[in-house]
Design a protein around this ligand. Sequence first.
Ligand code: ZN
Length: 59
Amino acid sequence: MRTITCFDCDHNFSAETSEEVLKKLYTHYMAEHHEIITSVDEAGKKAWMERFYAEWAQA
Ligand SMILES: [Zn+2]
């Protein structure tokens, strides 16, 4: 089980796999950071995913 902290608040999410934690983060972003998820461009999405995988690798 690994834990990752939301990049935009201090919520923690734990899961066994990156797919599982991404699903939880996505639901959280839709609920709590809707503006971020709807205004982000492709470069921003790519940067977010790169940061996610870098942090997940070290979690
Ligand atoms: Zn958050």
